[in-house]
Design a protein around this ligand. Structure first.
Ligand code: CTP
Ligand code: CA
Length: 226
């Protein structure tokens, strides 16, 4: 009940969230994926709803229920599909939060038939680079306020700040993967970076961290957009 009395700091704004992994098909039975559960992104979508936003959620392959109040959910599988869905939905969005773990590469040739094992021989797969969704948005002259995530196993701060600059983001949420945090874990810990600022959000549940992240996003959005 208390939540309904919380501040509606995103009222009137359209927030687009991407969540989950992408799957890059190799053949009809195999794919390349990653360990993202989608829980952080879904929690961010739920927190944005609680803050009064109209929320569109673009989800990779996850087994999660749509958070109550999400206006529109679009399910995708590959990075290319997520790229297309996000670009289309971003046209009407004020804020884009890229929480998805987008596959960086895809098999260049997707076999229509199941590939057969060649006994006694090594096998290699040729991969091509996927488009960067955040970088594509940031290259557009009019684009939403952009929030990225950076999941790193090492040198978290420097990699995250580099991504903030290189991708032209307004904010980045960095987290260390491992030690019971991040991928496949129920808790997370984030450090937020923006131009001229940083804020540590200590270890907490993903829903709690999502609420704190949304509060900071709303603050920064107001600071630079109004
Ligand atoms: N991202 C994206 N499109 C991609 C890859 C990543 O929009 N093709 C976004 C992610 O959703 C995330 C941010 O970029 O918000 C950082 O993703 P990450 O994988 O950490 O960064 P990369 O630039 O792919 O670098 P690397 O994987 O080498 O760390
Ligand atoms: Ca990546």
């Amino acid at each position: 009940l208390l939540a309904s009395f919380g501040s509606r700091e995103l009222a009137g704004l359209h927030v687009l969230v991407s969540a989950g992994p992408t799957y890059e098909d190799i053949d009809p039975v195999r794919f390349i994926g990653n360990r993202s559960s989608g829980r952080m992104g879904f929690a961010v979508a739920a927190a944005a709803v609680q803050a009064g936003a109209t929320v569109t959620l673009i989800a990779g392959p996850v087994s999660l229920d749509t958070p109550v109040g999400v206006a529109r959910r679009i399910d995708v599988r590959s990075a290319a599909q997520m790229h297309a869905a996000v670009l289309e939905a971003a046209a009407g969005a004020d804020i884009y939060i890229g929480a998805a773990a987008v596959g960086d590469y895809r098999p260049l040739n997707v076999s229509a038939q199941k590939l057969k094992k060649q006994h006694g021989a090594d096998w290699s797969l040729q991969l091509g680079e996927n488009p960067d969704i955040l970088a594509s948005l940031s290259a557009q002259t009019a684009h939403p306020f952009l929030v990225g995530f950076a999941a790193e196993t090492h040198d978290v701060a420097s990699y995250a700040q580099d991504k903030l600059r290189r991708k032209g983001l307004d904010m980045i949420a960095a987290n260390q993967v491992g030690e019971g945090l991040g991928f496949e874990a129920s808790d997370n810990a984030l450090t937020l970076y923006w131009d001229g600022g940083a804020l540590e959000l200590p270890r907490a549940s993903k829903p709690e961290l999502a609420r704190q992240l949304i509060a900071r996003v709303a603050e920064r959005y107001r600071a630079v957009r109004s």
